[in-house]
Design a protein around this ligand. Structure first.
Ligand code: PL4
Length: 407
């Protein structure tokens, strides 16, 4: 008799982003003709830059010739791409062996899957609010009890608030797996070296492991802020890092990412090399590698020309963030983030709940955003606006806020 994994029953009925899409579609059905301006899901909108497009099309054309055709590749990714990524880190003073870099089809899937190589009784700490995948993957794996008003039983929430500048204090008890996202989704806050050092020291002292999601690292413009956790001394023994081509190269639909598992990483019950070996085994068993065509695109994105062109696109999205930020400030709304991240995090006016503000913004301004409470209990009373969008739509959305938002 087959039985289901009942941990799924503990999850909220709908995943956040499809729920936003569902409510937006319902609004559009009720208001035919209304132009809805989407600053909700963090999805890129600008076309892929020419240098990267050439890499992708070269990848396609190579498949048409016998001498350059390739089938299954290594599940960890092709060596030239792993080497190019190692070279990128070397520029920031981080020394990695290409074999420590695992190319994949997404930072989402990697950040959901990585917890699976650790013991089920590990205690998990998450920033609150956080990208929902971290919590949900641990719920599904059976590391939590049921959800209540203040989140899931058994999970250690590390509140990120106005008071602590949206970067948490160290956990007040011993935890084993720690999720940190910087630049942060959804708050847009970027951890400083000093802040990360405290977590790295904590993790080394307690033989804990940090999962560091740096999917938005390319949006950091301040040269003093770390783009990788490995810029922090001691991180190589306690941190796994995820990053992605999604937001940098417009690959949200194309799909390409990477995860770094240093060989020096250890746990309470394992020596250096074991976690690296486990992730290799996991990927070899469950994954057949990222698309060979797409990896050619990734290589092109890391070329000199590719980087020049993708950097310009990142700068464009950051300008969008400034436009949104300035518009909100002109309305007297308190905002955070935006400077080194593609998200603006705003405090809902008059203490309106996050979902009520979603309905208000959609109803009054026809603008879609993301309710802060969808990212965790500490997100209640906040709201996220995404800077990914065509300039014209971003400007229209800001104008509509100015003209129509009743506060
Ligand atoms: C909507 C912190 C967006 N359907 O594209 P990937 O898999 O390499 O990276 C996804 C990802 C990883 N890490 C962080 C992220 O914020 C994201 C993407 N998040 C958002 O609006 O928060 C897209 C969400 C997508 C999803 O469910 O992930």
């Amino acid at each position: 008799m087959a039985r289901i994994n009942t941990n799924y029953n503990k999850l909220a009925a709908g995943y956040l982003f499809p729920e936003i899409a569902r409510r937006t579609n319902a609004f559009m059905e009720q208001n035919p003709g209304a132009q809805v301006l989407r600053l909700g899901i963090g999805d890129t909108t600008e076309p892929i830059v020419p240098a990267v497009l050439k890499g992708l099309s070269d990848g396609v054309l190579a498949l048409g010739k016998e001498e350059s055709y390739s089938g299954y590749g290594p599940s960890e990714g092709v060596l030239p791409l792993r080497q190019a990524l190692a070279d990128l880190y070397a520029e920031r003073g981080v020394s990695l062996d290409p074999s420590e870099i695992f190319v994949s089809d997404g930072a989402k899937s990697d950040s959901a899957n990585i917890q699976g190589i650790f013991s089920q009784d590990c205690v998990v700490a998450v920033q609150d609010p956080a990208y929902p995948v971290y919590v949900d993957s641990n719920v599904i794996f059976g590391r939590t009890g049921d959800a209540g008003e203040s989140g899931y039983d058994g999970l250690v929430y590390m509140p990120c608030t106005e008071q602590n500048g949206f970067f948490p204090e160290l956990p007040d008890r011993k935890v084993d797996l720690i999720y940190i996202c910087s630049p942060n989704n959804p708050t847009g806050a970027v951890a400083t070296k000093e802040q990360l050092k405290k977590f790295v020291d904590y993790a080394n002292e307690h033989k804990a492991v940090i999962f560091f999601d740096s999917a938005y690292a390319a949006f950091i413009t301040d040269p003093d802020l770390p783009r990788s956790v490995y810029e922090i001394e001691g991180a190589d023994t306690c941190a796994i890092e995820m990053n992605s081509f999604s937001k940098t190269a417009g690959f949200t639909g194309v799909r390409l990412a990477w995860t770094i598992v240093p060989k020096s990483l250890r746990t309470e019950d394992s020596e250096a090399g074991k976690v690296h070996a486990l992730w290799t085994r996991r990927q070899n068993t469950f994954f057949n590698g990222a698309s060979n065509v797409v990896q050619m695109g990734g290589l092109a994105a890391l070329s000199e020309q590719g980087r020049e062109q993708t950097d310009a696109q990142v700068a464009f999205y950051l300008e969008n963030a400034s436009i949104i930020n300035e518009g909100l400030i002109s309305l007297g709304i308190t905002t955070y983030g935006g400077g080194n991240a593609p998200y603006v995090w705003l405090k809902t006016p008059d203490g309106v709940s996050s979902w009520d503000f979603f309905d208000k913004l959609l109803g009054e301004c026809h603008v879609v955003g993301t309710p802060g409470s969808g990212f965790g209990p500490a997100g209640e009373g906040f709201f996220r606006l995404s800077a990914f969008g065509h300039r014209e739509n971003v400007e229209k959305a800001v104008q509509s806020l100015k003209d129509n938002l009743k506060i």
